[in-house]
Design a protein around this ligand. Structure first.
Ligand SMILES: Nc1nc2c(ncn2[C@@H]2O[C@H](COP(=O)(O)OP(=O)(O)O)[C@@H](O)[C@H]2O)c(=O)[nH]1
Ligand SMILES: [Mg+2]
Length: 542
């Protein structure tokens, strides 16, 4: 029996703190317990543009996501509210509200990009909310769209060549809705009335000219058209004209809202309830809350890896600097010949030990503390050997014993380091093994169905790209249109080859698609798929 989820209030799903995204385990548990298909609506855009208020209207509540003017939640990130879908039985509506995006005071644009990316990847409808009109400034604030593909793209396979792979993303991306608040313009073009959708399409037309500012705003225009074939626009009047009441809009009753706004907001909600699809992954699998939580964990893993990588680099640099500082007197003694005297070897060992002890006391060495020390000790082995040989107080036998001892100690340290590394790798593999197994089993089961879906997806991508190419040509953007042409040819080749392929090859194509579009844990799973298809080929041949 599919579990129903009703949360009385939203909770924080992803917290954006000090360069690291963390998932709230409580929210993850709620999501993980939803076995129904989910319709996920995410909203993003500049702060204080009425995003949270609009999401509360989707939830049919005047309160829920905290509004800017009420006690301001300091938690930056993504907030989640799961409710039964108002019009689709046995479906859950997941509302995701982004908080603090583009908030200059809170700074940190890299993580803003992460939040934006997460909102897109997790949602089936992505709402971009802005104030006033769709102008250059509003478009420039959408620059995250142009950058986010860098985050999720990897060129895992050289066979994909140099052609831009962005067409692959289209089937994975949600539908796009632009909501324009406090819209004051007449919906007209060349004196003729137009719909809000036509208004958006017109605003997304590329603007010719060399002005770099215009060129800059053309980039998001192009990206939106390329990545979001399904686009919709809703314009809203100011909800309340009384300034004071507007500031406390969550306390206003429905009849205090302007009639036009009520109507516009009703249309928006009806559209979302009727048209917003369930979330599907690119291979056509409907996403349940449970799978959504896995997807989320996957993306967060990548953010964490970035963070750890940064941490590793910082740790290496810090430890090397500290070690250099502490070993300076030792180095000076070596070059000054302090140890080239009878009994020098003993003196050298004492000095080296002092460096080790001092280094031991250095705080916050981080993950690479031990490794940096080992590399340093390794580099000292030759120096020690020559000091030992030159030491006239030691007999040959004592020298041999000391050399043997040093060798054994070094070997033991190396082994310890290796053991530590293996243990870490083992833990990572173990953690991913289960997800991997589950996924391979599912893919095996659905491979035939997926072939058709993949073909359909590629065909609809092709259709979309051909349309885009034609539009660009008519608009006079020959060069951009030629670039799209390369993607079209690549898609055609892929369609042709997947039509001719047998099952094992299809698995290959599906795998590559997955590797391209999914975040790393999923990508790992996809690599597993590739192994599976290779095994199948092998079995067939033998
Ligand atoms: N002018 C205007 N203000 C709004 C609108 N919707 C909400 N507000 C007010 O704008 C402030 C910020 O709203 P909020 O939904 O928290 O914005 P968010 O930061 O984008 O989530 C609040 O004081 C609301 O009362 C709107 O459509 N127009
Ligand atoms: Mg808000």
């Amino acid at each position: 029996m599919a579990s129903v989820c009703t949360m009385t209030a939203p909770i924080c799903l992803v917290e954006n703190q000090k360069n690291l995204l963390t998932v709230n385990p409580e929210a993850l548990k709620i999501l993980g317990n939803i076995s129904q298909p989910v319709v996920v609506v995410a909203i993003a855009g500049p702060y204080r543009t009425g995003k949270s208020y609009l999401m509360n209207r989707l939830a049919g509540q005047s309160r829920g996501f905290p509004l800017g003017s009420t006690v301001r939640s300091e938690t930056k990130g993504i907030w989640m509210w799961c409710i039964p879908h108002p019009s689709k039985p046995k479906h859950t509506l997941v509302l995701l509200d982004t908080e603090g995006l583009g908030d200059v005071e809170k700074g940190d644009s890299k993580n803003d990009l992460w939040i934006f990316t997460l909102a897109i990847l997790l949602s089936s409808v992505f709402v971009y909310n802005s104030m006033g009109t769709i102008n250059r400034q509003a478009l420039e604030q959408l620059h995250y769209v142009t950058e986010l593909t860098k985050l999720i793209r990897t060129r895992s396979s050289p066979s994909f060549g140099e052609v831009d792979d962005s067409a692959e993303f289209v089937s994975f991306f949600p539908d796009f809705v632009w909501t324009v608040r406090d819209f004051t313009l007449e919906l007209q073009l060349d004196g003729r009335p137009i719909t809000s959708d036509q208004y958006l399409e017109n605003a997304l037309k590329l603007i010719p000219g060399e002005d770099p500012r215009i060129q800059n705003s053309n980039v998001p225009r192009e990206c939106i058209r390329k990545f979001f074939p399904e686009r919709k626009c809703f314009v809203f009047d100011r909800p309340i004209n009384d300034k004071k009441l507007l500031q406390h809009i969550d306390e206003a009753s429905e009849y205090q809202l302007e009639l036009d706004f009520r109507e516009q907001s009703k249309n928006f909600c009806s559209y979302i309830f009727a048209k917003a699809k369930t979330k599907t992954l690119r291979e056509g699998i409907t996403v349940t809350g449970n799978r959504e939580s896995l997807l989320l964990q996957g993306i967060i893993e990548k953010n964490k890896k970035d963070f750890l990588l940064q941490n590793e680099e910082a740790s290496v640099k810090y430890c090397q600097d500290e070690l250099q500082r502490l070993s300076e007197p030792l180095m000076e003694s070596i070059s000054g010949g302090t140890f080239s005297v009878p009994g020098g070897h003993k003196l050298y060992l004492e000095a080296l030990n002092k460096v080790k002890q001092d280094y031991e006391l250095v705080p916050r060495k981080g993950v690479k503390g031990n490794e940096v020390l080992q590399i340093f000790l390794r580099s000292q082995a030759a120096v020690e050997a020559s000091i030992l040989q030159a030491d006239k107080t030691l007999t040959d036998r004592e020298k041999a014993l000391a050399a043997e001892r040093a060798k054994n100690q070094a070997a033991e340290k190396e082994k310890e380091l290796l053991r530590q590394k293996l243990k870490e790798q083992h833990q990572i593999m173990e953690a991913k093994e289960r997800t991997f197994q589950e996924y391979v089993a599912q893919l095996k089961e659905k491979s035939e169905r997926e072939r058709e879906i993949l073909l359909r997806e590629h065909e609809s991508m092709l259709e979309h790209m051909l349309k885009l190419q034609e539009e660009l040509l008519t608009e006079g953007f020959k060069k951009t249109s030629e670039q799209v042409n390369e993607e079209i040819n690549k898609l055609k080749r892929e369609i042709e080859s997947s039509k001719n392929d047998d099952l094992s090859n299809i698995l290959d194509v599906a795998t590559m698609g997955l590797i391209m579009a999914l975040p790393p844990p999923m990508r790992l799973i996809a690599s597993g798929m590739k192994c599976l298809s290779m095994i199948m080929k092998h079995v067939k041949k033998s």
